[in-house]
Design a protein around this ligand. Structure first.
Ligand code: ASP
Length: 306
């Protein structure tokens, strides 16, 4: 798809989740992201979003997601306003809905929302006229992280069809894991999850998801491995990290050259050794790099200009 060409057929007004997106829709976002990456490198993406005012409303901490949404929106010519939650009327008790309606009244057209409550993005989409992009809601979903991860993995592996991706650690509290299970599974990957029992409980009921009993079982012949930060802010109690830490010896069980992913921020020495996080197999930096073009693609599609 040519950047700037108006492509018909994108039916979604918001991006609240990747669950429910078809394989064709996922492919379309990933293809457009590649175009956006090239256009950004050539500074040839024009001003697709010149009519949009994008509000960043991050009720939870963020580095990668917030910065890359800001850069993505600005690269496409949008006006960007960062709500700066700590210094806003949220500290005076203003509700999420009132805050978003206030942004809408000022002329903001699209809101990138991160919130600790699962379902916050759905509530925002239902109760305002804004286009809502979910930048992470509680333990529920983090669609643009999964899209960046899918692009990164697909470029590393060639294709996701029939590939096994092991997701290891605090799966239960991870919105990244949930969104990746949906996205990678829809793109044809087989998903294996592993972690302390409480962190994988219930996932055996997910279609296409295998729950491994040990980290070794999860890693055996896996084509790629994703490890996760323990979500202490979501009530995860620290487990025996050594029993679940990704290290060089364990990675020998995976398929030769299997890449390693982590959505960040990493706690080196806890869920992954520093050597692996910074080593040749690590795609952690690439995941961050791909975050910008993926978010450019999402913004342009939702704005109806790509
Ligand atoms: N940055 C990711 C998220 O917001 C992963 C993490 O914080 O552990 O969900």
């Amino acid at each position: 798809m040519t950047v700037g060409a108006v492509a018909a057929g994108w039916v979604h007004r918001h991006l609240l989740d990747v669950e429910g997106l078809t394989r064709e829709e996922l492919e379309r976002i990933l293809h457009l992201a590649v175009d956006m990456r090239e256009a950004r490198a050539a500074r040839a993406h024009g001003s697709l979003l010149e009519n949009e005012i994008v509000g960043l409303a991050f009720y939870e901490a963020s580095t990668r997601t917030r910065v890359s949404f800001e850069l993505a929106a600005k690269a496409l010519g949008a006006t960007v306003v960062d709500l700066g939650i700590a210094g806003s009327s949220v500290s005076k008790g203003e509700s999420l809905v009132d805050t978003l309606r206030t942004l809408e009244r000022t002329g903001v057209t699209m809101v990138v929302l991160r919130h600790a409550s699962s379902g916050a993005a759905h509530l925002a989409a239902r109760t305002t006229g804004l286009c809502i992009i979910n930048a992470g809601d509680g333990t529920h979903a983090h669609p643009t992280q999964a899209l960046a991860d899918a692009l990164t993995l697909r470029e590393a592996l060639g294709s996701l069809s029939g590939r096994t991706v092991a997701i290891v650690g605090d799966v239960a509290h991870s919105r990244v894991a949930r969104s990746n299970i949906h996205a990678l599974g829809t793109l044809g990957a087989h998903i294996r999850v592993a972690g302390p029992r409480a962190w994988v409980a219930g996932f055996e009921a997910w279609p296409g998801v295998e729950v491994a009993r040990t980290i070794e079982d999860a890693l055996r012949k896996a084509n790629a491995v994703m490890t996760l930060r323990v979500q202490l802010e979501r009530g995860a109690r620290p487990a025996d990290h050594l029993a679940w830490r990704l290290d060089e010896e364990r990675m020998q069980l995976a398929a030769p050259g299997a890449p390693i992913l982590h959505p960040g921020p990493t706690n080196e020495g806890v869920e992954i050794t520093a050597d692996l996080a910074n080593g040749a197999r690590s795609l952690i930096g690439r995941q961050v790099e791909n975050g910008v073009p993926v978010r450019m693609a999402v913004l342009a599609l939702l704005a109806g200009v790509a």
